[in-house]
Ligand binder design. Structure first.
Ligand code: PGA
Length: 256
């Protein structure tokens, strides 16, 4: 983490877990576990039905509210979709786009990810853009090629100033929810490569400012090692963000 240029960021992704009734005890427990001195931003990306109830308590805990998806359309006849304006109205400041689960199960394409990122930036909401390789791609030596393509496609048509406001999450798809992960050095190599792709296409200013997170089984035990790496600015955390004590330990590691 290079705190001279970037804020550390710890973002929890609750995925399809937790109810409104679960959220209050979670936040109470988290508040008790948080470190005295907080040296990072905290975000919780929660399911849509929880956003309203979490708006106030999250603000009280100085936690940024995030969603896990948004429609690329402004409004209209799109049954089941949730618009940007609806999220903005609930105080949402971050939205995950292109998570590997959405790409895999809901056919989200690179151009859709790009359209969503553009719409979010225009509305003043920070996109957390996910990129990452499968185990097969890694074993074939295609990691960097694949990552470069995904990053360029997601950021296509954005200005340097917009790219600086983006958060890129490098997810090792094969490490998500499996307990497996890359070594801290391997993860940092890819995060550094993402920064170099941004530098080449959008300049040093954007590359220095864009936050690059690591995602894939980050937990209370491995967070400090991962977050000590120069190009890892924080984490996108699934499973461990559902446990207040573990999530707080990751926040403490990012606050060092
Ligand atoms: P995990 O999920 O921490 O449960 O592996 C991470 C993610 O989905 O980004």
């Amino acid at each position: 983490m290079n705190k001279k240029y970037r804020h550390a960021l710890v973002a929890g992704n609750w995925k399809m877990n937790m109810t409104v009734s679960d959220a209050k005890p979670f936040l109470d427990a988290l508040r008790n576990e948080l470190p005295q001195k907080r040296g990072c931003d905290i975000v919780l990306c929660v399911p849509f039905p929880l956003l309203h109830a979490m708006q106030r308590p999250a603000k009280e805990c100085r936690i940024g509210l995030g969603a896990q998806n948004v429609s690329e359309h402004e409004k209209g006849a799109y049954t089941g979709e949730v618009s940007l304006a609806m999220l903005a109205d609930l105080g949402v400041k971050y939205v995950i786009v292109g998570h590997s689960e959405r790409r895999q199960y809901y056919c989200e394409t690179d151009s859709l990810v790009n359209a969503k990122a553009k719409a979010l930036l225009a509305a003043g909401i920070a996109p957390i853009i996910c990129v990452g390789e499968t185990l097969e791609q890694r074993e074939c030596g295609l990691t960097m090629e694949h990552i470069a393509y995904q990053v360029k496609a997601a950021l296509f048509g954005l200005t340097s100033a917009e790219v600086k406001r983006c958060i890129i999450a490098y997810e090792l798809i094969w490490a998500i929810g499996t307990g497996r992960n890359a070594s801290a050095g391997q993860a940092n190599d890819v995060c550094g490569f993402i920064r170099s792709v941004i530098r080449k296409n959008f300049g040093a200013y954007a590359a220095r400012g864009a936050a690059i997170l690591y995602g894939g089984s980050m937990n209370a035990l491995n967070a400090a090692e991962l977050l000590a790496e120069s190009d890892i600015d924080g984490g996108l955390i699934g499973g461990a963000s559902l446990k207040p004590a573990d999530f707080a330990k990751i926040i403490a590691a990012a606050s060092e």
